[in-house]
Design a protein around this ligand. Structure first.
Ligand code: GLC
Length: 491
């Protein structure tokens, strides 16, 4: 369900129906009502009985607390990078033409296979659409081992084709002729709606020998080698799938966002503003552009945001120095960031112990936030005891909750800057933003924070956030149906 937000400065900031209790501060959102525009971006200060400790901690966290002026600056840089990317000038934003020129219109029909690769699990789906509605969905999840995620790319793609074969056997459809939508959630150079080369791996994949390879063609070869009569009809990113699935629910959806393991967005851009076309497009008015904002700033244009904690997370990541913006937002990194900040505080004598690397996950960030909202801290203290290998006090748990709040706040702010910039760029009467991903779904206050910050950053632009389930599955099938519709029209 979505709620339209008429942007104004007095946005409802209830957190899942609770009045927020934040470290002893019982205002509804932790921000005084009479504060300035600038101040409305700052999380409330840490409140501890030991005032001196609280002040020292907040000053160590200052670099993670972004004020309105800094966020405006990020928005200006984002706008510039968008323009450069669209014009094929140097930019940290890929601004990839996805060749998806239209959205669902309720005529989508047929049975489709969908593959979803990019997050924690690999899924194979069989979906049936009737008049644009999903009437059947069979799903099977497959585990991708570290050896496959980090080994030769050929092995990974042979495994994907094995999974499709296994799935079709289970369904009794091994000999059927089927169209497939491949949701491949990594940056690509797309040549058409059904082909594209991997630019670079992100998140937890790093298979050798794959950069520059057409992943749809490789998958097609592996499927044919198994005698399967499956055709890769569309190749798409998860944000595109989310936008398409969202647009089926609400025609005002023209932006798709993922806040999951990684983070990214796409939107419908005017075709004439897109420079890169490898196909005739005279009749195309708008086209979906995959921004790849995870890489925003990789050219140094956002160095003013980077803290020592971000550097630590990046240095310890699988793909250091790339996708640095994603490392501020993505679920794969929020737990590591929490760990890096607590370790920094511990080294300064402001936290009792250094948590073991890998012991805190984004699920902990959500848990600490959930307890903070509820005004309790017993499970926070338990998780910290496991992570630190020793008991921690109630005050230490409050410190960790505060850190979780500060990094969540920054993640919400940064993704909001991107969305607000798109709203201003598109300038439509009302825009719905389809959002999917584990962070958006499980973090107790991310949605409220985003609604608040987008409204502050794009006043006078009406928007709503629409939780769009399973863009990678349903969106993939809908996109395959759209492609089939367009192909039939031009026969
Ligand atoms: C990474 C990928 C991007 C994807 C996002 C969310 O940023 O590069 O393509 O959309 O993760 O899964």
């Amino acid at each position: 369900m979505s709620t339209a937000i008429e942007n104004s400065l007095s946005v409802d900031t209830r957190v899942n129906g609770h009045a927020g209790y934040i470290n002893g501060n019982s205002t509804s959102n932790g921000t005084p009502n009479n504060c300035t525009w600038e101040q409305q971006f700052l999380p409330p200060p840490l409140q501890l009985d030991d005032r001196a400790r609280a002040i020292k901690i907040d000053s160590r966290l200052a670099g993670l607390m972004l004020c309105g002026a800094t966020l405006r600056r990020v928005g200006e840089v984002f706008s510039r990078e968008i323009e450069n990317g669209l014009r094929e000038r140097p930019s940290s934003l890929q601004m990839e033409n996805t060749y998806v020129p239209e959205l669902p219109d309720g005529t989508e029909e047929g049975v489709f296979l969908a593959l979803d690769l990019g997050g924690t699990n690999f899924r194979v789906l069989l979906l049936e659409l009737q008049a644009g509605q999903l009437v059947r969905e069979d799903v099977k999840q497959y585990h991708i081992s570290d050896a496959l995620r980090l080994g030769p790319g050929e092995d990974l793609f042979n495994f994907l084709a094995d999974c499709v074969q296994d799935f079709l056997r289970t369904e009794g459809m091994e000999n059927d002729e089927l169209s497939l939508g491949f949701t491949f959630s990594f940056p690509m150079k797309q040549h058409s709606i059904s082909s594209g080369e991997l630019i670079t791996w992100t998140k937890s994949f790093k298979c050798g020998g794959m950069e520059g390879v057409d992943v749809a063609a490789l998958l097609q070869r592996c499927l044919h080698a198994r005698g399967l009569r499956v055709t890769v009809q569309v190749l798409l990113n998860d944000t595109t799938g989310t936008l398409v699935a969202g647009a089926q629910l609400d025609p005002a959806v023209v932006i798709g966002v993922i806040m999951g393991t990684g983070s990214n967005g796409c939107y419908m851009e005017r075709a004439e503003r897109v420079q890169h076309w490898e196909a005739a497009h005279e009749r195309v008015q708008d086209v979906c552009v995959d921004i790849e904002w995870g890489a925003f700033g990789d050219n140094g244009c956002l160095s003013f945001l980077r803290t020592e904690f971000d550097k630590e997370v990046d240095d310890n990541s699988l793909l250091a120095t790339s996708f640095t913006f994603e490392k501020y937002i993505g679920g794969k990194y929020l737990g590591e960031l929490l760990c890096a900040v607590l370790s920094g505080l511990a080294r300064d004598g402001l936290f009792p112990a250094i948590p073991a690397r890998g012991s805190l996950l984004s699920a902990h960030v959500s848990l600490f936030e959930e307890e903070n909202v509820a005004g309790v801290c017993s499970r926070t203290a338990e998780a910290l005891r496991d992570a630190c290998g020793r008991a921690v006090s109630r005050h230490d748990a409050l410190v960790a909750q505060h850190v979780a709040r500060v990094i969540s706040n920054r993640a919400a702010q940064l993704v909001s800057v991107c969305i607000a910039t798109l709203l201003r760029r598109m300038s439509r009467a009302h825009v719905s933003v389809a959002v999917d991903g584990s962070v958006f779904k499980r973090h107790p206050r991310i949605r409220t924070l985003m609604e608040r910050y987008i409204a502050l950053l794009a006043p006078n632009h009406k928007f709503s956030l629409l939780g769009a389930e399973d863009g990678s599955g349903k969106g993939s099938a809908l996109t395959a149906a759209i492609a089939a519709r367009i192909a039939a029209r031009s026969l």
